[in-house]
Write a protein that binds this ligand. Structure first.
Ligand SMILES: Cc1cc2nc3c(=O)[nH]c(=O)nc-3n(C[C@H](O)[C@H](O)[C@H](O)COP(=O)(O)OP(=O)(O)OC[C@H]3O[C@@H](n4cnc5c(N)ncnc54)[C@H](O)[C@@H]3O)c2cc1C
Length: 481
């Protein structure tokens, strides 16, 4: 039988891979997509970690948890009383599965419309233009050929030797999104972005959450003023975040997890109903390429790529979480997928890695783009800052969402916006304005001179820009930072 031949084969159908396949097909390239993800019924489920066990899965649960929390606690400030409120965790998980299934099916629909061959199998690069297919069912292995091969196999949770997975008691992030009951006392190793998002879900649903974080600092990536504000808010909400806490060992007994950890004060022991390991992610590069073709990886397994996402093997590209280029975020992967497909089709559209926004979907949300104050200090760049607290926003007050602040950093001489950092309600939506401003090299004054509808949360950005020039309108002195 003749070996099937494509213009492009994409291994992995997470955001990076599906975007590459879709864009390649839109550009008229004959495309195949290979992915092995299975849903609970053993069926193919496109969308990778992002849809199945990442942002979409976790956001769906968080929406339910937030709603419960609102009705259970915050609703009283609106003068509304609700009695006999209860949670059906089975239905919450079921709703999450429906959301992920719908989105995965929509990707499949687009694949079908564009005539992308969708293969439910494990793919392995065996030559610069050949992929070996091992189907998920018992069908025989086969080989496909393509001019161009895009590796988009993403990442998986890192395992820790001190906390090996154990009998539904010590679990990873994927399992943490599928819990069938609400644990009374839930521990986390890691209080990073993913740990916090999942921690908030279970905390809002009623678990006591204890987070052990080895780093002394809380959240290294955002601006430290925002991180500090977040730390205080999350502690006030009831998350027990223990910094500088290194886990030494774990064991299970009587359906409990016993964790021994050490901090500046010495050794401690915790007894938990469950422990979630949220200590980072590692690339899915194991067995991705045959040894003899020498795909270049770094010591952590990330695939080495150049600025065009090209690997050391001609015609082979790598995108998304599989590489160290840019942050491990879905929208970075989506952009790289389209970029590589266009590069293959000789359409050249560069990616601006400097304006990729980051979001933490906690309550309140945290979002930022560009440089932090600490990074600018380290580089010796002179800058100005403008801050506006949500407390001073009429819209935030009427919503009852007054926690948080917006901070804009601009260049001391040119006033060009260098970074925007938000903690507060709908920060994930607000940050888009900052991204656009930075894409167009706007100054803080440009933002200050732009009329924003009143009263809206977007005015918090406007007011922060105004406050750089000392002319904020709605900021009483006692609320100034
Ligand atoms: C809990 C959680 C929350 C997150 N929240 C956000 C968020 O809010 N915003 C955000 O931008 N990012 C978020 N992320 C990160 C985001 O999910 C990843 O950055 C994104 O999924 C990476 O996309 P990808 O396409 O590179 O890889 P993945 O999404 O990991 O997809 C890789 C795909 O490749 C398949 N695969 C792997 N190996 C093979 C093989 N050999 N053959 C065939 N198929 C293979 C896998 O089955 C998978 O479907 C979150 C992640 C987690 C875990």
């Amino acid at each position: 039988m003749e070996t099937p031949h494509y213009d492009v084969i994409v291994i992995g159908a997470g955001p990076a891979g599906y975007s590459a396949a879709i864009r390649a097909a839109q550009l008229g390239l004959k495309t195949a997509s290979i992915d092995y993800w299975q849903d609970n019924n053993g069926n193919s489920s496109l969308g990778g970690t992002f849809i199945n066990a990442g942002c979409i899965a976790s956001l769906s649960l968080l929406e339910s948890a937030k709603l419960f929390h609102l009705l259970n606690t915050d609703i009283e400030q609106h003068g509304i009383q609700i009695d006999n409120l209860s949670v059906d965790i089975g239905k919450i998980i079921e709703r999450k599965r429906k959301v992920t299934h719908t989105l995965s099916q929509q990707i499949k629909q687009i694949f079908d419309e564009l005539k992308i061959d969708c293969i439910h199998a494990r793919g392995k690069l065996i030559a610069k233009n050949q992929v070996k297919i091992s189907p998920v069912n018992d069908e025989p292995e086969s080989i496909l050929e393509a001019e161009h091969i895009i590796l988009a196999t993403g990442s998986k949770p890192t395992q820790l030797p001190c906390a090996p997975h154990c009998k539904k008691l010590i679990i990873d992030i994927n399992q943490a999104l599928e819990l069938e009951e609400i644990p009374e006392k839930l521990g986390f190793i890691g209080a990073g972005i993913i740990g916090l998002e999942i921690g908030e879900i279970w905390n809002k649903l009623g678990s006591e959450v204890i987070m052990l974080e080895a780093q002394e600092n809380f959240l290294n990536a955002p601006d430290q003023q925002i991180a500090q504000e977040a730390y205080l808010l999350f502690c006030k909400q009831g998350l027990d975040i223990r910094l500088g806490a290194r886990v030494l060992s774990t064991q299970t007994a009587d359906n409990k997890v016993i964790v021994e950890y050490e901090d500046a004060e010495g050794k401690h022991t915790l007894h938990l109903d469950k422990l979630i390991v949220a200590s980072g992610r590692q690339p899915n590069s194991e067995k991705l390429a045959a040894d003899e073709i020498d795909l270049l990886l770094d010591e952590s397994g990330f695939v080495h790529v150049d600025e065009n996402c090209a690997t050391n093997i001609p015609g082979v590209y790598a995108i998304g979480d599989l590489t160290l280029l840019g942050p491990m975020l879905a929208h970075k992967g989506i952009e790289e997928g389209a970029f590589v497909a266009e590069h293959i089709a000789d359409v050249h559209t560069p990616i601006n890695y400097d304006t990729i926004p980051s979001v933490i979907y906690t309550d309140p949300e945290i979002a930022w783009v560009g440089q932090t104050e600490q990074a600018l200090k380290a580089k010796g760049v002179d800058y100005k800052t403008g801050i506006f607290p949500f407390k001073a926003s009429p819209r935030a007050q009427s919503k009852g969402k007054t926690d948080g602040l917006v901070k804009i950093i601009s260049h001391a001489d040119t006033d060009t916006i260098l970074g925007v950092h938000i903690i507060g309600a709908e920060a994930s939506e607000l940050i888009a304005e900052a991204v656009i401003a930075m894409e167009f090299s706007a100054s803080a004054e440009d933002l200050a001179r732009t009329i924003h509808a009143h009263p809206t949360l977007s005015e918090t950005l406007h007011e922060a820009a105004l406050s750089i020039a000392g002319r904020s309108i709605h900021l009483p002195k006692k609320l100034s930072y």
